[in-house]
Design a protein around this ligand. Structure first.
Ligand SMILES: CC(C)(COP(=O)(O)OP(=O)(O)OC[C@H]1O[C@@H](n2cnc3c(N)ncnc32)[C@H](O)[C@@H]1OP(=O)(O)O)[C@@H](O)C(=O)NCCC(=O)NCCS
Length: 187
């Protein structure tokens, strides 16, 4: 029987696991359409970078990384970033209203198609909702068909905002923090 998958926020002392999963993600064949940073860039960071990243994502009130864990192995991740109004986000766009952005979404290939993404996004939504957010936003590459469909299934819709990031044409999608998910084929 397949082990159960647990979804939870990371702890600060798990920085080496954070690094390992990120390096796995940026090595994935889908990475050029999925992540803004390459394996070369991510593998160049020292331990202090990963310690700081993990501490922030574990304990701060503006970032939270959620992971899916199966029998001790990290098999997926999604990070929620709360961005205050009037800051500038990673594509140079002004953030005019407070935003709750889902970033760094990844599932290990052998754990895709199993509903884990929905659990990660729900955990991120619960966390953001408890801090006053009413909606989740995310950016997805126009040609990342699998991710677009997965997000659509979870209730995300294009906002109409499109832009070009360092990996190419992207669309912004949005959903309420906790909507009713769509059934398969319910378009
Ligand atoms: C994106 C990702 C998190 C989606 O999770 P998932 O568990 O694989 O999602 P699903 O298997 O439920 O697939 C979602 C949809 O894509 C479809 N799909 C599956 N394989 C596909 C493929 N090769 N090409 C296009 N669509 C595909 C599924 O049929 C499903 O569509 P439906 O809901 O209309 O039936 C996961 O695939 C992943 O980690 N990909 C690599 C990293 C990545 O792209 N991250 C997102 C960055 S924005």
């Amino acid at each position: 029987m397949r082990p159960e998958v647990a979804v939870r926020r990371i702890r600060a002392d798990e920085w080496a696991d954070v690094r390992a999963l990120r390096l796995e993600a940026v090595s994935d064949p889908a990475a050029p359409l999925a992540f803004l940073h390459t394996f070369e860039e991510e593998s160049a960071h020292d331990d202090g970078f990963w310690r700081d990243r993990a501490a922030h994502a574990a304990d701060s009130d503006d970032a939270a990384q959620f992971i899916a864990e199966s029998d001790g192995r990290w098999v997926g991740s999604a990070t929620l970033l709360l961005r205050e109004a009037r800051t500038v986000d990673h594509h140079g766009r002004a953030v005019l209203t407070r935003r709750a952005d889902v970033v760094g979404v990844y599932l290990a290939p052998d754990h895709r198609g199993a509903g884990i993404l929905g659990r990660l996004v729900d955990a991120a939504g619960d966390w953001a909702g408890a801090r006053g957010a009413t909606a989740l936003t995310l950016d997805v590459h126009r040609d990342n068909e699998r991710a677009r469909r997965a997000y659509h299934r979870l209730g995300f819709e294009p906002t109409g905002v499109t832009f070009t990031s360092s990996i190419g044409p992207e669309i912004e999608m949005r959903r309420d923090v906790a909507p009713a998910p769509r059934a398969s084929g319910d378009d």
